[in-house]
Design a protein around this ligand. Structure first.
Ligand SMILES: NC(=O)c1ccc[n+]([C@@H]2O[C@H](COP(=O)([O-])OP(=O)(O)OC[C@H]3O[C@@H](n4cnc5c(N)ncnc54)[C@H](OP(=O)(O)O)[C@@H]3O)[C@@H](O)[C@H]2O)c1
Length: 287
């Protein structure tokens, strides 16, 4: 029986990246839909849950992507609301790679060390990757803050994740590199999750910090999100700090994304979101 993945993207054009990884993760066929909303997903879900016998339902799975985390979460809630009894299929939530990217980064940051009690600042953390990274750092026991250029955006991001995940992430308005340098004062961990090609911190703003221990940058498109962090850094020691670049943990992100797709086809009742994907990442980074 063919393994069918239905890719539901909240953006108008479904992600090619997610499509390719879905095949590489083991799907036999991927159907990609753009413009999916909580309001129009119901009929698509019915097609997925009413077509195959209970023992065969594990061969149908759903994937939620797109650039807007809140819209994606609304789609996930609408999908779950359609499930009942045995009429369900497995679902993976990974808007803009938020879960897999954040999980890979935090799994590497926490490998072989504890983050508990440390102060972590997620720079430009209002986007999908940053919000999920803040959640996972908090799960590791760090005291987490995230920055964004506008107070309203920062507050909205923190309110959303704090309510949903029962954590207490602090929001910091920081519109310039100088503001972000001030925001990381006294922190031990900095993770940059800004938009592609935007430099959020100059080298001199972190290299002389007496408190910083761990620095990671998710941005893979030049220039670097944190000047002085190499794309391929994976535990590189420089200026007394341990560095991770976007490609340094990106290999785990890709492997994790593929592994999660494969898991979807093992049972029909899996929901892979932040905590579940992070648990898989921790297992992979430890192996
Ligand atoms: N390494 C990997 O494997 C991997 C995988 C996936 C994604 N990524 C990368 O991870 C990063 C985060 O992804 P995402 O989808 O969460 O990003 P995003 O939503 O595009 O951007 C994140 C935040 O960046 C801030 N921002 C936008 N333009 C800015 C500017 N000119 N100056 C300062 N801040 C700015 C915005 O926050 P405010 O408006 O609140 O300031 C936005 O919420 C991206 O660089 C992406 O390419 C890496």
């Amino acid at each position: 029986m063919k393994k069918l993945l239905y890719q539901f993207d909240t953006d108008a054009l479904p992600s090619v990246f997610d499509n390719v990884v879905a095949y590489d993760g083991g799907a036999d066929h991927v159907s990609a839909y753009g413009g999916v909303t909580a309001g129009n997903v119901s009929a698509l879900v019915e097609g997925a849950i009413f077509t195959r016998s209970p023992k065969d339902k594990k061969n149908t799975a759903l994937f939620i992507g797109g650039g807007n985390l809140l819209q994606g979460e609304a789609v996930l809630a609408a999908i779950r609301a359609k499930f009942f009894a045995k009429f369900r299929v497995s679902v993976m939530f990974d808007c803009n790679g938020a879960n897999t990217t954040a999980a890979a980064a935090v799994a590497w940051l926490s490998k072989g060390r504890t983050l508990a009690g440390k102060r972590a600042v997620v720079l430009a953390g209002s986007g999908p990757v940053g919000q999920r990274a803040a959640v996972l750092l908090a799960r590791e026991g760090a005291q987490v803050a995230l920055t964004g250029r506008k107070r309203a955006g920062v507050d909205a991001a923190c309110a959303g994740i704090n309510a949903r995940f029962g954590i207490a992430v602090e929001g910091i308005e920081a519109s310039s590199n100088t503001d972000r340098a001030a925001a990381i004062a006294g922190a031990q961990i900095v993770l940059a999750t800004g938009a592609s090609g935007v430099t959020l911190l100059e080298a001199g703003q972190w290299q002389n910090s007496p408190s910083l221990e761990l620095i990671a940058d998710a941005n893979a498109s030049p220039p670097a999100g944190i000047d002085g962090v190499g794309l391929s850094d994976r535990g590189t020691i420089a200026h007394g700090k341990t560095l991770f670049g976007a490609l340094g943990f990106g290999a785990l992100k890709l492997a994790l994304h593929r592994a999660c797709i494969a898991r979807l086809f093992e049972q029909n009742d899996l929901v892979l979101d932040a905590d579940e994907i992070y648990a898989i990442a921790k297992g992979m980074v430890a192996a």
